[in-house]
Design a protein around this ligand. Structure first.
Ligand code: SAH
Length: 212
């Protein structure tokens, strides 16, 4: 159920859904998603679906992880990324194969501890963890070439836009917590916001934090 063939089927499905960047497809193929979910759900790890990870949170759908990563890379290589919402660390693991440094923030301490342990045991390098409030970003390490937000606020947080490098891009779901949100591509050009709506998505809410 966690075999090479099962993973290849997922990659094929992502391709059929419109993901075309070969580096992104290779990163998904190389990431053992079953390690990021509870053992009882491991048999569903290579389905293209979100799954519960405890504390009311989810592991994102592989298509969405691939889509956000592809959008991030569309304008060329990216070195330094800020990720908001580490969760189980799956998106972090995919990103780590494509960029040099990831600064990742999680609001729930218990989830962060698990993600950290998991990624470290996989030998993932260049990932820096913070238990904190993603609304604030991580000013000490700004500016970031890209910011990926994996929980939905009602509007683009200004602190995050401020920490985006000139020419950088943020991929962020924005909208009502209980409904469908817009996946937005926010670029910084001459210090100004340029916003494009990409997809309709469903994410858990971005909430003020941190909590244990
Ligand atoms: N990136 C994950 C998906 C995480 S789900 C994956 O690859 O599967 C969204 C995560 O965002 C949850 O773990 C939630 O606790 C976290 N979150 C919500 N609000 C946050 C905030 N203000 N700061 C940091 N993390 C937050």
């Amino acid at each position: 159920m966690t075999s090479e063939r099962t993973r290849q089927r997922l990659v094929q499905r992502l391709q059929e859904s419109g993901i075309s960047n070969p580096m992104v497809l290779a990163a998904v193929a190389a990431t053992p998603r079953h390690i990021f979910v509870d053992e009882a759900l491991a048999h569903r790890a290579y389905e293209d679906t979100a799954l519960p990870i405890g504390r009311g949170q989810t592991i994102s759908q592989p298509f969405i992880v691939a889509r956000m990563t592809e959008l991030m890379l569309d304008a060329g290589p990216v070195k330094k990324v800020l990720e908001i919402g580490t969760g189980c660390g799956y998106q972090t693991a995919v990103l780590s194969q494509l960029v040099d440094e990831i600064y990742t923030i999680e609001r729930i301490g218990a989830l962060q501890d698990q993600a950290k342990e998991r990624l470290q045991s996989m030998g993932v390098e260049g990932v820096y963890f913070r238990h904190g409030d993603g609304f604030q970003g991580w000013k000490e390490h700004a500016p970031f070439d890209a910011i990926i937000v994996t929980a939905a606020p009602m509007a683009v947080p200004q602190a995050l836009f401020d920490q985006l490098a000139e020419g950088g891009r943020m991929i962020i779901p924005v909208g009502q917590h209980s409904g469908v949100q817009d996946l937005m591509l926010v670029e910084k050009r001459n210090g100004q916001k340029q916003v494009a709506m990409m997809d309709k998505v469903r994410f858990v809410p971005l909430q003020a934090g941190p909590v244990e």
